[in-house]
Design a protein around this ligand. Structure first.
Ligand code: SF4
Ligand code: SF4
Length: 190
């Protein structure tokens, strides 16, 4: 893992430069709110203890499109995802303003200490599929655009495969998924 310079809030330099150029991963396009990742009660409570901020989260319906979107994150585990997010019920997600910016996004970046942010935020742009670390082909991510290969993107964000796997495992636990694909049943979390 390479050593990267970090901003005051712990973000990599590439993320600081990304925020000067474009929307970053902390903003979504209008109308895309349905596809925001869910925030589990455990993550929400942990954030609210440190950053008591009213309006940071909103309830969002478990729509067909949302369930399908989350299901694609966990290939082969779509049935678990449907159990976690029954259609007609709701889940919490991060609230965004009228410009699509996360409510926790301040002038100097995320206002939540890095180690307390939702696991999905801490993982992005990385993910794990079939035990392999991979990355989302996000056109807005400067680390992805500059790095192009997994190893270089990991390096520019100052992380490595082991850290990504660890965060991904933690995300699965707080979201209520079995620790590994095929291991046991879901624990109701949302
Ligand atoms: S919680 Fe922080 S890192 Fe996550 S989307 Fe909001 S501002 Fe970005
Ligand atoms: S993770 Fe990617 S999209 Fe998010 S701020 Fe860093 S460079 Fe930008």
């Amino acid at each position: 893992m390479g050593t990267v310079s970090r901003t005051e809030n712990g973000d990599s330099d590439v993320c600081r430069r990304c925020s000067l150029q474009g929307p970053t991963c902390c903003r979504i396009a209008a109308g895309q709110e349905e596809f925001c990742f869910p925030v589990s009660p455990a993550e929400k409570e942990r954030i609210q203890e440190l950053v008591p901020y009213t309006g940071g989260f909103v309830l969002s319906p478990n729509s067909k499109a949302f369930i399908g979107h989350v299901g694609r994150l966990f290939p082969g585990e779509e049935a678990f995802v449907r159990e976690l997010f029954p259609e007609g019920k709701e889940h919490f997600r991060l609230a965004v303003d009228s410009m699509g910016a996360c409510r926790f996004l301040g002038p100097l970046g995320c206002e939540i200490p890095r180690e307390v942010r939702p696991y999905y935020c801490r993982l992005f742009p990385f993910w794990v599929v079939g035990g392999d670390v991979t990355f989302f082909d996000s056109p807005t991510c400067l680390a992805r655009r500059e790095g192009r290969t997994l190893i270089r993107i990991l390096d520019s964000l100052g992380t490595g495969r082991a850290s990504v796997r660890d965060l991904y495992g933690r995300l699965r636990l707080v979201w209520g998924l079995p620790p590994r694909k095929g291991a046991g049943r879901v624990k109701k979390s949302f």
